[in-house]
Structures are given as C-alpha cells and as structure tokens.
Design a protein around this ligand. Structure first.
Ligand code: ATP
Ligand code: MG
Length: 504
C-alpha cells in the first residue's frame, strides 16, 4: 500500500465529488472533482517537463485555489513541493533556487523575465507561471493535457515537501518533511481539534508556511472540506465571513487586529466553534480580551517548520493563557540544559521534541542536521520553555534571544510582560545589545498606546520595583510599530542590528 499523502487525502474525500471543497473570495465554488481534475492536469504538465519522483518543484506564487492543486500535483508525482514566501526578492530567490536545484520553478506571471534569468543561472529546467486569476503558462498548458490519474507510490519516509524556515534567527533552512510527517500531524490535529464534516475553515493565512498549508489545508483535506479561501488577512473580510465559518486559524496579530475593529462583536462569532493561534506567542492579555469580547477562549498551539505541531491546548479542558498546552498524542517533549541533561518540572531550558511529526533533516545541511538532534532522536528546537507538573508547556522565548548581562540570564519575556501592562504601552520588545562592561545590556522598544506620549526614562524607572537591577532596561526607544514578518513574528535580529552601536 502506498503511503503517498495525496492518496491518503483521496481516500478521505467524500464519495460525492461534486461537493464543495473550497469557496473563493468572489464566491466561486471549487468542488472535489475540480480539485482532482486540476491536480491531475498540473501533474501531467509537470511530468511533461520531466518532473519525476524526488524532483523539487519550487513555487513563488500568489495565493489561490490553483496553488493547492499545484501542491497536490507534486504529491501525486512523488515530487517535492517547495513553496517560497511571496515577499522574497530576486537575490533571495536566487539563493533558494541555487540551494534546492528545482526541476521546475513556478513564478508569478509578472516575474517571468527575472525568473527566467535566475532559473538560467541556477540550472532550473523549466520556468512556468501561475497567476491568481487562472492565468499563467501553467494554466495554459494544463488546458491541453489529459489529467494524470495514477498516484506515484511513496513510502512514509519519502520527502513530500521542503519548507524553508522563516529566517527569524538567521538564514532560512530547508526542512525536509516526509509524507508521514505531514500525514500523521494532520490526522492528529484533525482529531485533537474535533473536526467533523460540516466544519468550515476560514483561511486567511499564507500558503507558503506550515501554519497555512500543513496545518490548515491538510486538516481540511483530511476532513473532506470546506475552506473559505481569502487572499490575505483583512479584518473587514474576515468579519464578513465569520458567520458562515466554524473555525479560524490565525497568528496573534489576526486576533489583536480583530479586537481593534469596532464591528468585531460577540454576535459575529456566534457560529464559530474554534479559534486557533500559533506561529508567535499570543499574549495572555489578548487571550483574556478575546474571551471578554466573544466568550471564546483562543486555543494556542506551538510548532515549527521542522516539526509541524508539537503541542496544543486542549479542545475540552483548560486552555491556559500564555501556555501552549501539553504535547500532542505521539509527540514527546523534554526540557534540557545545554549539555542535554533533562531538567525538572518548572525549570527553564531548551525544549527538545521527538515523534512522527519531526522532520527528516535540513536539505543539504548534514552537519547542521546532526548538531540539532540528540543521539536518542530528540530534536533541539532552540526554544526555551518550561514543562509544568501537569505537562503544560510554556514557551519562554528563543534560545538566541536570551540576554546574558553581567553573567546573569535575562529572559526578555519576563521584562516584556511587565512593560506591556503599562497603560501608555501598546507593544514592547526586549533584546540584548553588546555592552563593554556587561557583555550584553538589556534594551527595548515600545509602541505607545493610542494617543499617549510615554516618557521612556520614567518607564525604565518604574520597572525597578519589579525587576532585579541587571534585568532593568538601560535604554528604551519609541517606534510606530514593531518590525514583524508576514507571520507576525517580531524580528529581534533586526532590532539588535539597528541599535548595535548604542553602548559600544
Ligand atoms: P528560523 O528558524 O529560520 O530562525 P522561525 O523559527 O521563526 O525562523 P518557523 O519555523 O516559522 O521559523 O517558526 C517556528 C518558531 O515560531 C518556533 O520555534 C517558536 O519560536 C515560534 N512559535 C510558534 N508557535 C509559537 C507559540 N504558540 N508561542 C511562542 N512561539 C511560537
Ligand atoms: Mg526556527
């Protein structure tokens, strides 16, 4: 029996293929029959251009239902789907093409010239284009082929996708995810979050990241629909469609933006059964404000490109603000010190995980892969965390964001939680800067709350009541907004760079 993930999805599609899988923003409905046909057509075009099992197919394309057919076509051929962030520029694309050596690169129609030039330099066999309005050469060619029906055999450890990490802490790494990594995680989440026929997922996330594709879409492919696909997050659009939906998956900024919208009321969420948050920390404050407004407790979960999802607050049971819940069934977690010694309940250390969800390794980085795994198969996530007696995990921050000032550890989150509570502060980010005496000094940026003009020296002084001297920020700057990427992750490396000479 084949372990091809596409076959797993096909086996779970409803018997009546005329059923709707997806509804686009303009109301166009896409049935399962459409999805299977379009996938088969793309698979035929890719095969015509020489794509065989194990070949990479890279794509930097705008979000549309066709992108899903392209993903599934790669699976059908046993090829490796390689989605790229739509924000990447020419230089970045050149790096990814050089690194991944795809057989085919699918670009946006407007980028065809640049793509052809970059593809030529990087030995990419064929450049195709795909637009979000049914345009592009991939679609032109797909109209004139006979759709492929056969699904190439794949075993569970064959690579289904290479997904590059978000590049928050350094250069993005290509994570090799197998058919079983993706399939087992989607099944686990499908059951943990209680998906049933009749659920409608409102989709406003990108399709080039694990959250939007391997969590949201894979679950809905397992569920036999149905998805409302929006091109991007827009609070008005989301509010308009929440009454027809039952589940929303979002990054924390979705929720803060909804809360800031005057039309986001309890009534709007009456048909919803679940709001999920992940990709970046959800402040307990946001969780509480959301509950007060809507009566819904946002369910926070934690994962990464390399591991899909590791933990989740429960569907039934306590959804604890500020915590990411216990491990999902099948996944093990432990907190260790740098040497790999397992720490006790409540102690802060690096989180390590093991399970069928954990990736096969970094593409063409055997040494990096080896250094991130323990000999017993645990993957070192690089996130600092605690595990409570009750198994609930709290993410404290990233290992790389830990500040060591005068030899003492400062966890940015602890300082951030205190400053975020001040009325004149909307958002805050704390980070370390090189300092001649202390090694690193604690510093931060704040975004003022609406209409206020905070005195940063006064803020620094106020923190002295709550924080030991070495944790008190030495400087705080005011910004209009925090630098975030498309997934709402705060770009601390960028902040460290911007202010690096302050104490030098
Ligand atoms: P890179 O590895 O390239 O530096 P990245 O780690 O941001 O980038 P992703 O794989 O997209 O790339 O993100 C995974 C990270 O996101 C996790 O390691 C963790 O730091 C963070 N994260 C995800 N979910 C949560 C959550 N619920 N709470 C806190 N952090 C989270
Ligand atoms: Mg990472």
């Amino acid at each position: 029996m084949s372990d091809n993930l596409f076959q797993t999805f096909l086996d779970r599609f409803p018997a009546d293929k005329s059923k709707t899988f997806l509804v686009e923003r303009d109301g166009t409905e896409r049935s399962f029959a459409w999805l299977i046909d379009q996938t088969g057509r793309y698979a035929a075009v890719l095969a015509f251009h020489g794509v065989i099992k194990g070949d990479r197919v890279a794509a930097q394309v705008d979000k549309s239902s066709d992108v899903l057919a392209l993903y599934l076509a790669c699976l059908q051929l046993g090829a490796i789907h390689l989605p790229l962030n739509t924000a990447y520029t020419g230089d970045e694309i050149a790096y990814f093409l050089g690194d991944a050596a795809p057989r085919v690169f699918v670009c946006r129609p407007a980028n065809i010239d640049v793509a052809q030039e970059l593809g030529g330099k990087n030995n990419v066999g064929t450049i195709l284009s795909l637009g979000s309005a049914g345009d592009g050469s991939l679609n032109d060619q797909a109209k004139n082929v006979t759709p492929l029906i056969d699904v190439v055999d794949a075993n569970k450890d064959d690579v289904a996708a290479i997904l590059y990490t978000s590049g928050t802490t350094g250069r993005s790494k290509g994570a090799m995810l197998t058919h079983n990594n993706l399939g087992s995680n989607a099944k686990t989440l499908h059951s943990a979050w209680g998906f049933k026929p009749g659920d409608t997922l409102l989709h406003a996330l990108p399709l080039f990241h694990t959250h939007g594709l391997f969590v949201a879409i894979n679950i809905m492919l397992m569920n036999g629909g149905k998805v409302i696909l929006l091109p991007k997050f827009d609070a008005d659009d989301v509010i308009e469609r929440l009454p027809q939906s039952t589940v929303l998956m979002g990054v924390p900024t979705f929720y803060t933006r909804l809360l800031a919208h005057p039309q986001f009321t309890k009534d709007v969420t009456a048909n919803m059964r679940l709001f999920v948050s992940g990709s970046a920390p959800l402040l307990a404050e946001t969780h509480d404000a959301f509950f007060e407004r809507t009566g819904h407790k946002i369910l926070e979960r934690y994962g990464m490109t390399e591991t899909c999802m590791n933990t989740s607050n429960p569907l039934d049971g306590e959804r604890r603000p500020g915590a990411v819940g216990p491990t999902l069934p099948g996944t093990e977690a432990r907190v260790c010190d740098k040497d790999g010694k397992v720490l006790g309940a409540g102690e802060i250390g690096v989180l390590e995980v093991r399970g069928p969800n954990v990736f096969k390794g970094y593409w063409q980085m055997p040494e990096k892969t080896a250094s991130e795994f323990r000999s017993d198969g645990f993957f070192i996530t690089g996130d600092l965390a605690t595990i409570g007696e009750d198994g609930y995990i709290t993410i404290v921050g990233r290992d790389k964001d830990l500040i060591i000032s005068g030899g003492f550890n400062v966890y940015p989150k602890e300082v951030e939680e205190i400053i975020a509570d001040y009325d004149e502060v909307d958002e805050v980010a704390i980070f370390g800067l090189p300092h001649p005496d202390f090694g690193e000094a604690v510093a931060g940026v704040i975004v003022p709350a609406n209409g206020s003009t905070p005195d940063t020296d006064a803020i620094i002084k106020r923190t002295q009541d709550k924080l030991a001297k070495f944790k008190v920020p030495k400087r705080i700057w005011i910004l209009d907004e925090l630098p975030r990427n498309t997934m709402g992750k705060i770009q601390k490396a960028q902040l460290r760079k911007a202010y690096e000479d302050t104490f030098a």
